[in-house]
Design a protein around this ligand. Structure first.
Ligand SMILES: [Zn+2]
Length: 206
């Protein structure tokens, strides 16, 4: 038997089985592409990004369970223990922080996700961004988006139940490589089905 991700040989009966659904979730969070498999495609003349998207497409369409060696299983476990994980390529779960914020999020009790656009512009922040733009911390940026969202949602909860949407502005320094001052960004919170589950998602409004 071999590991389905890294091809290492394993003793019979060892390894950990995961479902295709969980594998796709891990794939969205940067797991599952082994260098040896990427190399097969790049050796055949593909660019690295072409090879990665080709592999991802193949893996996504697979309906069988995946068998992981202990090393790959440990990597997969570390991903599932992260505070934020991508639930699809377009939405990142921020449920744990939303639970800390409480307020309107507790009232609704749904898992909470942020769109890729909002994450990349209003939340994501590295030391390099602090050097190029202004000093910020990613955790504080996420907190701003969720705290403003959760508290304004709580005040407008009846309206949310009626309209199924909550709009609110948040002040943030856009991660664009040049901005140093905050601007108002209009956000839209609404329900959305993701992989058969009801989520509360936060996106750019308009
Ligand atoms: Zn492995």
């Amino acid at each position: 038997m071999r590991c389905d991700v890294c091809n290492v040989r394993m003793p019979i009966g060892s390894g950990e089985r995961i479902t295709p659904e969980i594998f796709v979730y891990l794939l969205d969070n940067g797991f599952g592409l082994d260098e040896s498999n990427i190399k097969m495609f790049t050796d055949a003349g593909m660019s690295r990004s072409e090879a990665e998207s080709e592999l991802k497409e193949q893996y996504r369409s697979s309906n069988s369970d995946w068998l992981l060696c202990s090393t790959c299983a440990a990597k997969a476990k570390a991903i599932s223990e992260r505070t934020e994980t991508w639930v699809t390529p377009d939405y990142i779960s921020v449920t744990r922080t939303a639970e800390e914020v409480g307020a309107g999020f507790i009232v609704l009790g749904a898992p909470v996700a942020i769109s890729r656009a909002v994450w990349e512009e209003c939340v994501e922040w590295t030391d390099r961004d602090s050097e190029h733009q202004t000093y910020q911390e990613q955790d504080a940026r996420l907190w701003d988006v969720l705290f403003t969202g959760g508290t304004t949602l709580q005040l407008a909860i009846n309206q949310f139940v009626k309209e199924r949407a909550h709009r609110y502005p948040v002040l943030c320094v856009l991660r664009d490589g040049i901005s140093t001052d905050s601007v108002t960004v209009n956000l839209l919170m609404q329900g959305k089905q993701i992989r058969g589950q009801s989520w509360l998602v936060i996106e750019r409004d308009g």
